[in-house]
Unconditional design. Structure first.
Lengths: 527, 164
């Protein structure tokens, strides 16, 4: 039975690859064209690439879900909803009309609701309500947008109705679906879905639907107002989600927040005007993010559903296969050399600095790019920070060890090849802007931190043990958390001065967010 | 009484309270320092040292006050997302599989032909239903006796210096 499915999938993949190499190919297919009641499709290069990647991801996710949900009584129910979801995603991909977009958009939201609701426990119910209500809000915005265009042709190529008030609804609907800044609450909460759902839905399809909508309307959105909104919100999203990923303890939520970060990155790229490169970044991200979800899901399944990353290292969880694959996937995420992420990320970074921006925007961008490294390292370290290597470990299936090899290799080599051939830029001018030396400044600070950490070990006790408590006990009633990290026997000491934020407790009654307040305060001073 | 707080109230000795606090403290250490096993173990040793420093305290009032301080400290230093095992309440895979109620077996969907494939199970089920009906009055009487056995009168206070 599964062989038939693979046969059909291979056929479609071959068909798509054929159309790959013809960049001028487009096919407008209008099954119905009755002015308002039309149903149109467009088969062209962007859609072909995306559906190719979608097919790869879907087939991997099908195999993975047969492993993850083995023994599940409602497996056919799950498959049905998953196939409805995949169908609606393909419909959205190829749709060229308001009604077909609306139908597929709504179907996406509803099927993702039922997918998150698969386990009927409290977490699933609350997460799915979050998801569906936010998505429904996006549906409302989309409907309003299409209603404002009711007196023109309902196609994607008209300029006759461009008031910014209709565009703002389009932008808002893309923000809700792609979980950008004000609407990003639902994505971490939707991690109470089973992991195959997360690897398909929340890595490559649902959150990219908003961006696909923007790609289709890119002619309308090429004005400074919309672009600046999209750019700034994308930047904020990627910064805040990267920051949250540093603190989050749940493995799947960390991966979800990294997804969000990359989505914000793509949105930002779109806000710079580079919609095709944004699509390429989306594609490479889709591959290795679903790959990452599957690897993390494998580890979660082997530990019987434990998603909290705090106790993974004691379980001797270092099968060398999955460790290396996870490392490679995380390298792709960070945009390391010779992986797929490099090609899109490098170009985006370069084009970002072609513009003159405020210092704070440059700073936020830099911090975000570095933070991807930090949370990737944190994810990897938390899982494999034990000092013994085992060859194999408990697993209900040995095959799944190797499932992500295919996606990893594919994402590295294919995307590299494809992007290299697609981005026909004859020469790169390395444009040394004013802010480029910031890279070296950060490197300088990091290396100095490492050196000073060892040089000033004795100062830790002298300053923090003798001087500081004497000074502050004359002023305050308590220093609640400063003694937590006095004797920190680990290799990631960073909180020597973060604990001092509670000296502001006199005015601000909080122990958790004062450092952020401090940073924002200093940023405002600088500006 | 409407509130079931009486079910969870018990007179605990000081030793029991201290041990419960110690376990909670270790769990908080797990939550805050989790991920790096070396550091976790180190911090747990420090916590144990803090408890052991005053383990031989003789004054009961001072011990009580220190226990109260410890409870306050643990309340203030609790983690925003404490570690839970996945099958425990508030864990990630809690309440995923639930048993269906037995009554679905008694519905008309289970036809006679299907029931005859499992004669032992269904006959035992009928037998147990009959026994339960007979036993029900006894169960209710036991519950009434248990509730009546709960103390409603406070013991008489013995003033210091009063003779027994």
């Amino acid at each position: 039975m599964i062989i038939y499915i693979y046969n059909i999938l291979l056929f479609f993949i071959m068909l798509l690859i054929l159309f790959f190499f013809i960049m001028n190919f487009f096919l407008f297919l209008y099954p119905l064209e009755w002015l308002f009641f039309s149903f149109k499709f467009n088969f062209y290069f962007n859609s072909m690439i995306f559906s190719f990647i979608l097919l790869m991801v879907t087939s991997s996710v099908l195999v993975f879900s047969s492993y993850y949900l083995m023994g599940e009584l409602n497996f056919s129910y799950y498959l049905m909803i998953l196939l409805i979801f995949v169908l609606s995603m393909f419909l959205l991909n190829y749709s060229y009309n308001a009604i077909s977009m609306l139908i597929s958009w709504d179907l996406l939201g509803i099927s993702s609701f039922f997918l998150v609701l698969f386990y009927n426990n409290w977490d699933s119910c609350s997460g799915s309500m979050n998801t569906v209500l936010t998505n429904r809000l996006g549906d409302f915005f989309l409907f309003v947008f299409f209603s404002t265009s009711i007196f023109s042709g309902m196609t994607m190529l008209t300029y006759s109705f461009m008031f910014w008030s209709s565009l703002i609804f389009l932008i808002l609907t893309a923000f809700t679906k792609s979980a950008q800044f004000p609407f990003s609450g639902w994505l971490p909460k939707a991690m109470s879905a089973p992991t195959p759902v997360s690897s398909l839905v929340h890595s490559s399809t649902l959150v990219t639907a908003g961006l696909l909508l923007l790609f289709n309307f890119n002619l309308m959105l090429m004005n400074s107002f919309s672009m600046s909104i999209i750019f700034f919100v994308g930047l904020l999203t990627t910064l805040f989600s990267s920051l949250s990923a540093l603190i989050e303890e749940d493995l799947k939520k960390v991966v979800a927040l990294s997804t969000l970060s990359q989505m914000g990155f793509s949105m930002m790229t779109f806000g710079l005007g580079m919609y095709f490169i944004s699509l390429l970044h989306l594609l490479s991200h889709a591959l290795f993010k679903s790959c990452l979800f599957m690897q993390v899901g494998y580890l979660i399944h082997c530990s019987f559903g434990q998603q909290d990353g705090r106790f993974y290292s004691i379980l001797k969880f270092s099968p060398i296969f999955i460790q290396i694959q996870l490392l490679v996937t995380l390298f792709c995420l960070c945009g390391m050399l010779f992986t797929s992420g490099l090609v899109s990320k490098d170009i985006i970074l370069e084009f970002f600095f072609f513009n003159k921006n405020y210092f704070i925007i440059m700073l936020m961008f830099f911090i975000t790019v570095y933070l991807t490294f930090f949370y990737s390292y944190r994810l990897w370290k938390g899982l494999f920070n034990n000092f013994s290597l085992s060859f194999m470990h408990y697993s209900s299936s040995g095959l799944i060890n190797f499932i992500s090899i295919f996606l990893c290799l594919f994402s590295i080599f294919f995307i590299w090849w494809m992007n290299f051939n697609l981005i026909f830029i004859p020469s790169f001018f390395i444009y040394l802007d004013f802010y480029v030396p910031l890279i070296y400044m950060f490197l300088f600070i990091f290396i100095n931190y490492l050196l000073l950490k060892f040089i000033l070990k004795d100062m830790v006790y002298k300053f923090l043990g003798d001087y500081l408590p004497k000074y502050f006990t004359n002023k305050l009633d308590s220093l609640k958390f400063f003694d937590n990290s006095l004797f920190n026997f680990s290799n990631y000491n960073i909180s020597y001065f973060l604990n001092l934020s509670n000296i502001f407790n006199f005015y601000l009654y909080s122990n958790y967010f004062n450092s952020v307040v401090l940073v924002i305060f200093f940023l405002f001073i600088l500006i | 009484m409407e509130s079931p707080a009486w079910m969870f109230t018990k007179a605990l000795s000081h030793r029991q309270k201290v041990c419960r606090l110690y376990k909670r403290a270790l769990r908080e250490v797990d939550a805050w320092y989790g991920g790096d096993m070396l550091n976790v173990r180190f911090q747990k040793v420090l916590m144990r040292a803090r408890f052991d420093a005053y383990a031989t305290e003789k004054d009961p009032r001072k011990a009580q006050l220190m226990l109260a301080d410890g409870c306050k400290e643990i309340w203030e230093k609790r983690h925003f997302k404490p570690f839970r095992f996945s099958f425990d309440p508030l864990g990630s895979s809690y309440d995923r599989e639930r048993e269906a109620p037995d009554q679905i077996v008694d519905s008309e969907q289970w036809t006679l032909a299907e029931r005859e494939q499992f004669p032992y199970w269904f006959n035992k089920r009928e037998q147990r239903k009959k026994e339960l009906l007979q036993h029900w009055t006894k169960i209710e009487k036991d519950w009434d006796e248990e509730i009546a056995a709960i103390q409603t009168q406070l013991p008489k206070e013995k003033l210091p210096g009063a003779s027994a």
